[in-house]
Write a protein that binds this ligand. Structure first.
Ligand code: FDA
Length: 305
């Protein structure tokens, strides 16, 4: 049943007609638990609150699968605005973005032009930019764009997903760039040709790449809500004498907020991924797919209205 629900929400997350409808009707159905708001003003309030609790942030202007140049440029403009606001308000926040929202599916020229605009401004305002990893069909392109931009800018990182078979080789190949990587389990529906179907294999691979990347001496963001992975990382850094400056934990806004605070209070760097914007639909569906228990929460919210 859980697997069925998961597949159902992952299917909905990619459905373009539903995305258009969702854009039109705004955040309903309890999305507010996971999304900071529809505009930057709301996001700033949330970031200030998190920062006041010593939580760092990475902000994400929601949007994906953009299929025309005008929209891609608008998405990039929104990122530029977010960077300026982070600088002006002196927020402890980085920026996360998806290449499909910058024009990846339209042309290489458009996505590179938008990324360079963003990285240039981010450099000026001292903001680090992470390229989120999307589905497998875009993985190689994302890595290629990351490595090209990394040779021009040092304020850029990307994400590697533990569920993919290719991941251990990616971590090894990327080592030459000393990259700052966010390591995650992976949120998309992938075929068993390319990804581990069993959770236990994903978890083992996750631990493997955390160890590899940390022992390579590279900055590592361990992005998970899974206590077993968090405990593994804590143990590993003690055993290997790895400084707390070389890694951080990351979680999503609205998920396990009490655990986020516990980790900060234990002296770990903890960054919260704060999405905002009108295009909340695909993001919200992936959160429901990860944890169908969230559906009960959402239904309660809907019934109350
Ligand atoms: P998993 O979903 O296996 O959960 C493990 C355990 O965590 C659960 O059994 C439970 O104990 C606990 N838990 C989880 N959710 C909980 C909840 N709501 N309440 C209480 N306990 C809960 N993916 C991707 O493909 N590309 C990307 O770029 C990113 N970026 C990203 C950034 C950040 C900051 C995070 C945290 C995650 C991502 N992801 C991502 C998503 C990631 O791939 C993955 O889908 C989710 O993090 C869920 O996996 P977990 O590691 O949390 O474990």
């Amino acid at each position: 049943m859980e697997q069925l629900l998961r597949n159902f929400f992952l299917f909905l997350s990619k459905n373009k007609s539903f995305t258009k409808l969702a854009k039109k009707y705004g955040p309903r159905l309890g999305a507010a638990r996971f999304v900071a708001g529809e505009d930057i003003k709301k996001a700033v309030e949330v970031i200030k609150d998190l920062n006041s609790k010593n939580l760092d942030v990475t902000i994400d202007y929601l949007g994906e699968f953009v299929d025309n140049e005008r929209e891609a440029n608008e998405m990039a403009d929104n990122c530029l605005n977010a960077i300026e606001v982070i600088g002006k308000e002196k927020l402890h926040s980085q920026l996360s973005l998806k290449l499909t929202s910058m024009g990846l599916d339209i042309s290489a020229a458009i996505v590179m032009k938008n990324m360079r605009r963003i990285l240039k401004s981010a450099k000026t305002h001292n903001v680090f930019v992470t390229i989120d990893m999307e589905d497998f069909s875009r993985c190689q392109k994302t890595i290629d764009i990351f490595t090209e931009l990394k040779s021009e800018y040092d304020n850029i990182g990307t994400v590697i997903q533990a569920y993919l078979f290719r991941t251990v080789k990616d971590i090894a190949d990327l080592n030459q760039y000393n990259p700052n990587l966010r390591l995650v389990k992976g949120a998309y529906k992938e075929s068993p040709q390319v990804a581990f179907p069993e959770k236990k294999d994903v978890d083992e691979n996750f631990k493997k790449i955390i160890k590899m990347h940390l022992l390579n001496g590279n900055y590592t963001a361990v992005a998970t809500h899974d206590d077993a992975i968090i405990e593994y990382t804590k143990q590993l850094v003690i055993e290997e004498n790895i400084s707390k400056d070389l890694f951080e934990f990351q979680m999503l806004y609205g998920i396990r907020p009490e655990r986020q605070l516990e980790l900060v209070n234990e002296g770990y760097k903890m960054r919260v991924y704060v999405p905002y914007g009108k295009d909340w639909y695909g993001y919200f569906m992936r959160r429901l797919a990860e944890r169908p228990a969230n559906v009960a929460f959402v239904l309660k919210g809907v019934l109350k209205k």
